[in-house]
Design a protein around this ligand. Structure first.
Ligand SMILES: [Zn+2]
Length: 248
């Protein structure tokens, strides 16, 4: 097959793929939101789709749905261009995707969230359907520390938003959209539970005027490739863990 992205296929291609055993669909659930001085608003959409395509290639029986581009991003609304959906709009949109693919006969739907604000709502939606699973390309603070250790980067480089990791991945995928000459450090202190509450409650501007949580100055394409490969393994691990607890 030329592509695993369903929106680039014709309907007979989709039917033929399903007949040939492509019974899963991965839905990237992203965001359109500010990503500091150096990255475009579409960053989570680009990264989410790339993660979905790589995961689909690895699984061998999955197609990739059109990206759900806006997500739940009220904490980035201080910066212009950011979109945020009302929680019920978001839920209905994701459920309509699920209903359509279920009607067409896909046996499993994987929601792949590439944005922190979507994690909880996606988990809640997945809980209500036996054939829907939710996985996340949203590393926890301890996972980000581990990535910094592996690559010998200063602590705080990767805070999880418009940071070195996301910027490196964008350099690997869409370098023409990255403005490395504009990089400024954002919030680089360890994110305590209190600070996370401030981040989600008051908004990113309560921590940094730049809009990054992290510092992207060390970002590079090569490490971006490494992160993308690492993400595929992490998503496989999450799917295996779901299988181990729930079966199927
Ligand atoms: Zn992001």
């Amino acid at each position: 097959m030329k592509t695993l992205k369903m929106e680039y296929m014709t309907w007979p291609d989709v039917r033929a793929a399903m007949d040939a055993g492509f019974t899963r669909v991965i839905v990237p659930v992203a965001s359109i939101e500010q990503h500091g001085y150096q990255l475009p608003l579409c960053t989570d959409a680009v990264l989410g789709e790339a993660a979905a395509v790589r995961l689909a290639e690895r699984l061998g029986d999955a197609l990739v749905a059109p990206v759900i581009r806006p997500g739940i991003s009220p904490h980035h609304m201080a910066m212009p261009g950011t979109l945020t959906l009302r929680p019920e709009t978001f839920r209905m949109l994701v459920e309509d995707y699920i209903d359509c693919y279920t009607r067409h006969g896909f046996r499993e739907i994987v929601l792949l969230s590439s944005h922190g604000g979507n994690v909880k709502p996606c988990a809640e939606i997945a809980q209500r359907y036996a054939h829907v699973k939710a996985v996340y390309d949203v590393p926890k603070p301890e996972e980000l520390r581990e990535l910094e250790r592996i690559h010998n980067l200063p602590v705080g480089t990767n805070g999880g938003h418009a940071d070195e990791r996301e910027t490196s991945e964008m350099l690997a995928l869409e370098p023409h959209l990255v403005h490395m000459e504009r990089v400024e450090p954002g919030f680089t202190e360890p994110l305590t539970p209190e600070l996370l509450e401030k981040f989600f409650g008051e908004g990113v501007q309560a921590l940094t005027a730049v809009g990054c949580v992290g510092d992207a100055k060390e970002a590079c394409r090569e490490r971006g490739e490494w992160y993308l490969a690492h993400t595929t393994e992490e998503l496989m691990r999450q799917l295996d863990a779901i299988k181990a607890t729930h079966g199927g």
